[in-house]
Design a protein around this ligand. Structure first.
Ligand SMILES: [Zn+2]
Length: 238
């Protein structure tokens, strides 16, 4: 039995979490207030807390009970907790301790890649796959494509640059609106690691060609608008 009252979520005592989970079990709309509140308490801007991990079995149970929902907030929240950048101290072993939930989430996330169609849904679903498969920097940064703006500091001159997504094309600007956008250099197959190849393969198998084109740019190199040095976007994000 989980002792929620003795546990903390991102904001404080976690005693509201079981009530919210029970309510959320009936709700599949990601924008519903109950899911907003669960996201705030369990995975707020990449921060998680002990209650986040305690909620995983309930979230996985929910997602398993409705496998045909293409975009299920239960799956996305669980995956975000697993992929959280800012885990509490000692959470390095969390993947091992939650191997059963992660295996279930993996199956579910794979299924969803087949079900989704809209660009944003495809990206969110690939983000969930990246989180449960532990695909490095992409476990927490793939949604940058949805946001349409990726802010990085040039590893060479440390000046800020902003990569913008305009109709499927990634361009880098200097962040001050002074220079025209410069196109990001797409990664070639031989330049990609296993994580990148894995995400592109999922796109290929399930016909998400448009998103694959954006990913090849996201996995590519950025010419710094300040100093001209060319750097890998993945390195600047990590
Ligand atoms: Zn630079």
């Amino acid at each position: 039995m989980t002792e929620w009252a003795d546990m903390v979520d991102v904001y404080g005592r976690a005693d509201e979490v079981p009530r919210l989970l029970a309510q959320a079990a009936e709700v599949t709309d990601m924008r519903a207030p109950v899911w907003d509140e669960l996201w705030s308490r369990l995975c707020h801007q990449g921060s998680v807390a002990p209650a986040s991990y305690a909620a995983l079995p309930a979230l996985v149970g929910m997602a398993r009970s409705r496998p045909d929902v293409a975009v299920d907030p239960a799956l996305h929240l669980a995956a975000a907790i697993i992929g959280a950048m800012d885990a509490p101290a000692g959470a390095g072993s969390e993947r091992g301790e939650h191997a059963v939930e992660i295996a279930a989430l993996r199956e579910l996330a794979w299924r969803k890649v087949r079900l989704v169609e809209a660009r944003t849904d495809v990206i969110w679903t690939l983000l969930a796959v990246a989180a449960v498969e532990d695909l490095g920097v992409w476990s927490s940064h793939l949604d940058a494509l949805v946001d349409g703006e990726i802010e990085v500091d040039c590893p060479s001159c440390a000046e800020p640059a902003c990569v913008e997504v305009v109709d499927g094309v990634l361009v880098v600007v200097d962040g001050e609106g002074e220079a025209d956008g410069i196109a990001v250099r797409e990664a070639e197959p031989g330049e990609m690691g296993a994580a990148e190849a894995r995400l592109l393969e999922l796109c290929r198998v399930h016909g998400h060609e448009g998103v694959a084109g954006e990913l090849r740019q996201l996995f590519g190199r950025v010419p710094c608008p300040h100093c001209g040095e060319v750097f890998w976007l993945a390195e600047a994000l990590s």
